[in-house]
Design a protein around this ligand. Structure first.
Ligand SMILES: C[S@@+](CC[C@H](N)C(=O)[O-])C[C@H]1O[C@@H](n2cnc3c(N)ncnc32)[C@H](O)[C@@H]1O
Length: 215
C-alpha cells in the first residue's frame, strides 16, 4: 500500500513510548482477508507501534528539498546534507541507505505514477484527517501498516513524524481481539462519495459498519 507522505506541523503529538512487544497480530478477518488485531485491551491515545518505509520516493519537483531516502524536508537555511544524482540527502546514513535503489529510481519515468497520485489527492490524505499538515512530499511503501483495513469510523490512526516514519495510535479504547482499522480517506464525506472514492481509487467496496448502516 502506498501512502502519501505528509509533513506534520505538530510532530510532537507523536511522542509516546512503547513498553514490550506491540499489542497487535495479523490474522484473517471475516470479510476483508487479513487485518490487524489487538492482543490486549488498548487505551485511547496509546501508541501501538512505529513503522518505517521499505521504500520512499519524493515528488519529482521536490528532489532538491526533500530527502530522497527518508522524505524529511530540508529546513530553511539548512547547511547539512548532501546532493547526489540531482537529489538531496539529509545525512550520509540516508545516502548510504538509498544506494540500492537510487540509480533505478532515477532511470524510471515516474510521471504516470505521479499523475495518478495527484488525481487522488483527497483520498491519499489517509493519515491527515485529524492533524494539520503541509503539502505532500512524496510516497512511501510500508509492510505492517499495509495489513490495516479501512473503516469510515476508525479506531486507530497514523501519526506522521518529521520523515517518512510513522506511529500508529489508538483513537479510542479498544478491546482485546478487536480489529484495528485506520481510515484511508476523508471521513467527512457522505456515504456515496466515500464508496465512490474507495471503489475508484482503492478498488474495493467498503463494508465497514458505518457504510453498511448508510451513514
Ligand atoms: C491495505 S490492504 C489491507 C489488508 C488486506 N485486507 C490484506 O489482506 O492484505 C487493503 C485491502 O483490504 C480490503 N479492505 C480494506 N478495508 C476494507 C473495507 N472496509 N471493506 C472491504 N474490504 C476492505 C480491500 O480488499 C483492500 O483492497
Amino acid at each position: 500500500m502506498f501512502l502519501r507522505r505528509r509533513l506534520l506541523s505538530t510532530a510532537s503529538a507523536a511522542a509516546g513510548a512503547i513498553r514490550g512487544p506491540p499489542p497487535i497480530r495479523v490474522a484473517l478477518t471475516e470479510s476483508s482477508s487479513r487485518g490487524v488485531f489487538a492482543t490486549r485491551p488498548v487505551a485511547s491515545g496509546e501508541h501501538l507501534h512505529s513503522a518505517e518505509p521499505l521504500l520512499a520516493h519524493p515528488s519529482p519537483s521536490l528532489h532538491h528539498e526533500v530527502c530522497y531516502s527518508c522524505l524529511r524536508r530540508k529546513a530553511a537555511g539548512e547547511e547539512r546534507g548532501s546532493s547526489g544524482g540531482g537529489c538531496y540527502f539529509c545525512s550520509d546514513a540516508c545516502k548510504e541507505h538509498a544506494k540500492g535503489f537510487h540509480d533505478v529510481g532515477l532511470s524510471v519515468d515516474w510521471s504516470l505514477f505521479d499523475d495518478h497520485c495527484s488525481s487522488y489527492e483527497d483520498l491519499l490524505s489517509a493519515a491527515a484527517a485529524s492533524v494539520s499538515c503541509d503539502a505532500s512530499v512524496g510516497n512511501a511503501l510500508y509492510m505492517l501498516p499495509s495489513f490495516y483495513n479501512h473503516d469510515c469510523d476508525p479506531n486507530t490512526h497514523i501519526v506522521w513524524l518529521e520523515n517518512a516514519n510513522m506511529k500508529l495510535k489508538a483513537l479510542r479504547d479498544i478491546e482485546e481481539g478487536e480489529e484495528l482499522r485506520i481510515c484511508y480517506i476523508d471521513t467527512s464525506m457522505d456515504v456515496h462519495a466515500r464508496q465512490k472514492i474507495l471503489a475508484d481509487g482503492f478498488g474495493f467496496e467498503c463494508r465497514c459498519l458505518r457504510c453498511l448502516s448508510g451513514d
